[in-house]
Design a protein around this ligand. Structure first.
Ligand SMILES: NC(=O)c1ccc[n+]([C@@H]2O[C@H](COP(=O)([O-])OP(=O)(O)OC[C@H]3O[C@@H](n4cnc5c(N)ncnc54)[C@H](O)[C@@H]3O)[C@@H](O)[C@H]2O)c1
Length: 337
């Protein structure tokens, strides 16, 4: 089996690559990643010398590079994307280029090379927001109502993936996951941002009233779910992946403050994100029923593991938090102390 993972140097892609290397030591894994600010090969140090692992530095918006890399590939698992909502609000153009155009270029190559599976890693954000108080959850049949440029670019890419299935018979699957968190998470996202700021005695910027709620999934559970979809999922189907918790910004801050023994004064309420989705939640009964997937790491355990990891890997996050990140952070939150 030869499997091409796009965006394998990113947070979730690297977890999946590490998972695959353990689960299938005989599979050829091609990590195709251009290494944007969010990509970092040190996430893959532990498998870098594995004889069946190969890294190709390439851009999914470059048709020739994609075509060359897909030669002889059986399966594509497509993680590569621009992923940060706040950055998509500042400038959506790279989101459209990478997430929409890049996905189209991959689909064309997958069609040409007759891959046996094209798995597209999508998000719950394509369905839009839910009321904070409602019990409703989205599922695979919910209509698309993306609200941020990021979500809209992912929705557009999902539509292309479905269209390549119905029009050309490309064997696709799609997954919609809730927010992931865990080790090696880039510290622009809320959980690693709050952990690393707490460890540095810096304020935690909480958007708006801090009540917007998310469901968090530990990243290794996500990798397991993707593997199940690849091996047992039905072609042409989408699967929602959930962590089954409801946690708001204040609660994230409080859990991290308690675990790091830092004062509540580090909580700092900042201007809300424009169009901030109030709540996301997914009904994941399809993947549970059809593929037997259930998350194994609950939020309490996952956050503990994550905080421990950031405590023990200060060098990693200090490095990724320097340079370009610092300018982004100051512009975004206007909090320099
Ligand atoms: N993080 C989440 O909570 C979450 C939840 C649901 C779905 N997703 C989806 O999962 C996927 C991975 O998310 P993540 O958080 O690991 O992202 P990330 O931002 O950590 O990593 C993205 C990776 O893609 C690479 N990349 C970006 N543009 C590229 C290009 N043009 N060519 C090749 N590589 C490129 C980057 O270098 C990086 O390694 C994305 O498709 C995202 O939409 C993320």
């Amino acid at each position: 089996m030869r499997i091409m993972v796009t965006g394998g140097a990113g947070f979730m892609g690297s977890d999946f690559v590490r998972y695959l290397a353990k689960e299938h030591p005989d599979w050829e894994i091609i990590n195709f990643d251009v290494l944007t600010y969010a990509g970092d090969l040190s996430r893959l140090n532990e498998i870098a010398s594995h004889p069946t692992y190969h890294f190709i530095k390439g851009d999914i918006t470059d048709p020739e590079a994609v075509d060359r890399a897909m030669e002889g590939v059986d399966m594509v698992v497509h993680f590569a994307a621009e992923t940060h909502v706040d950055r998509s609000i500042m400038d959506a153009s790279v989101f459209v280029r990478t997430n929409v155009l890049g996905t189209h270029i991959l689909l064309e190559a997958a069609r040409k090379h007759t891959v046996k599976r094209f798995h597209h890693v999508s998000t719950d954000e394509v369905y839009g927001e839910l009321d904070l108080e409602a019990n409703e959850k989205f599922n695979e049949e919910s209509p698309y109502r993306p609200r941020s440029p990021y979500a809209a670019s992912k929705a557009a890419s999902d539509h292309l993936v479905y269209a390549y299935h119905t029009t050309y018979g490309l064997p696709v699957t799609i997954s919609h996951s809730v927010n992931n968190y865990g080790v090696y998470h880039f510290p622009e996202k809320i959980i690693p941002l709050f952990i690393t700021n707490a460890l540095e005695d810096k304020p935690m910027p909480i958007y708006g009233d801090g009540l917007s709620a998310r469901d968090y999934l530990y990243v290794s559970d996500h990798s397991r779910a993707i593997h199940l979809i690849l091996t047992k999922g039905r072609i042409g189907e989408a699967y929602c992946i959930a962590g089954n918790n409801k946690t708001n910004g204040i609660q994230v801050a409080d859990v991290i403050l308690a675990a790091t023994n830092k004062p509540a004064t580090l909580k700092r309420f900042v201007k809300d994100r424009p169009g901030h989705d109030r709540r996301y939640a997914l009904d994941a009964s399809k993947i549970e029923r059809e593929l037997g997937f259930r998350p194994q790491v609950n939020f309490e355990e996952g956050i503990k593991r994550t905080i421990d990891w950031y405590r023990n890997n200060v060098e990693w996050w200090k490095r990724v938090k320097s340079g370009e990140y610092q300018k982004y952070y100051e512009r975004q939150y206007q909090l320099t102390k």
